[in-house]
Ligand binder design. Structure first.
Ligand code: 1CP
Length: 368
């Protein structure tokens, strides 16, 4: 597949991520390709979710849908894939059940299980197992033809461990808490194993054409500040230290790195020193306070409550105005986003209105 890509026409987001001056804050939203878009359901058709991830043709089509729909309004694409491709690459079976979410028929129950021993010892051939992700990225870069940069991503080790031991979504985190509090050392061994695979997966995404990467620690907020420091933060740091090393080893340029630790408001100061260029904020942060804590060390990304998109235009305007004011009128190091992924059932026109309001409030010219 052709890997000599067209020059990037809009580098606003990459510049902002590195802390360089931009004409206006760049913008995208987490989960921008997905269930709220009617064209997503149309293109997905009867295909199973992971089948879509494994088909470079379908994955690249889905990635481009929000770029086409919101042409000129958003500044980045994110590859259509999932954080759970890593447990799959490690040999675990994961299914996506329509209307429910991910399901592992055989989750990790205890370190004495044969499965635990096997997974910890197994040498994963990431390039082979996840080759379809890299093909999808290369095809997407070619289809984007330099319109906007492309995010690669992975799940953070703590969040992936949660899914691997719970076997799916959970409210109680009973199994995950059992692991960290009862089998602390074995948890750390597994977390490090996951981190190593994350580094390789992110590096290979960059080789394939990803221009910035994001690590999603969606369940960070389930840990206490002390447990976060013990189980989650060291792995986030492992990734930010080792990815650039691995990229240099491969003769690749180092790309900006984003960390999004949802719910870990207590760790913002440490996250700003954890080796990432960008720190994602959920909507529980007050932007002005986060800007004060960050002290220009990183670019902040976020953080409107995705729920506002269920509201009227007046509510969207008010949330955008407050957010823009909090981020210094757009003068601070900032990538505009929601505080978490966009949710199903949102009217896509409300997202368009959100984008237009951000443009209005940050002084951008109306897109033609
Ligand atoms: O535009 C995009 O962002 C699309 C790419 C993408 C990304 C970045 C998808 C497609 N998933 C993800 C990351 C992801 N997957 C996260 C981290 C971000 C977050 O916190 O939202 C997590 C936790 C998952 C796991 C997952 N995959 C869930 C959550 C279940 C739970 O426990 O609450 C679900 C429902 C999925 C399925 C999924 N992944 C992506 C899409 C579009 C869908 C919906 C599939 C469908 O029903 O059609």
């Amino acid at each position: 597949m052709e890997k000599k890509f067209a020059p990037l026409k809009n580098d606003r987001l990459l510049r902002a991520a590195r802390g360089e001056k931009v004409d206006r804050p760049p913008m995208w939203v987490m989960r921008q390709a997905g269930r709220y878009l009617p064209e997503y359901h149309e293109a997905k058709g009867k295909h199973d979710f992971f089948e879509c991830c494994r088909s470079p043709e379908i994955a690249s089509t889905l990635t481009l849908q929000p770029i086409d729909r919101y042409d000129g309004l958003i500044d980045a694409a994110i590859i259509f894939s999932d954080i759970l491709v890593i447990p799959q690459a490690m040999g675990m079976d994961v299914k996506m059940v329509d209307g429910i979410g991910p399901k592992f028929p055989d989750p990790l129950r205890s370190p004495s299980d044969k499965q635990y021993q096997e997974i910890v010892k197994k040498k994963v051939d990431v390039a082979k197992e996840l080759d379809y992700v890299y093909k999808a990225i290369t095809m997407t870069r070619n289809k984007l033809a330099g319109r906007v940069p492309l995010y690669g991503f992975c799940g953070a080790p703590w969040t992936l461990l949660c899914y691997m031991v719970e076997g799916g979504g959970t409210k109680l985190f009973r199994e995950a808490k059992t692991w960290v509090y009862k089998y602390s050392e074995e948890s750390k061994v597994m977390l490090r194993k996951i981190s190593e695979i994350c580094v390789e997966h992110l590096a290979l995404q960059v080789v394939a054409g990803a221009q910035i990467i994001q690590v999603f620690d969606s369940w960070a907020g389930e840990l206490s500040p002390i447990s976060f420091k013990e189980f989650a933060l060291p792995e986030l740091r492992y990734i930010s230290e080792n990815l650039p090393k691995r990229l240099r080893e491969m003769g690749e340029e180092v790309v900006p790195m984003v960390v999004f630790a949802k719910g870990a408001w207590y760790a913002l100061d440490e996250l700003c020193d954890s080796g990432y260029n960008v720190v994602g904020l959920d909507w529980l942060h007050d932007p002005a306070e986060a800007v004060r804590t960050a002290r220009g060390r990183v670019t902040l990304q976020g953080n409107a409550d995705p729920g506002v998109l269920y509201g009227e235009h007046t509510a969207i305007t008010s949330v955008v105005e407050n957010m823009v004011r909090g981020f210094g009128g757009g003068q601070e190091r900032w990538i505009v986003n929601l505080g978490h992924g966009i949710t199903p059932g949102v009217n896509p026109d409300n997202l368009k209105f959100f984008f237009e309001e951000v443009h209005r409030c940050t002084g951008a010219k109306k897109a033609e």
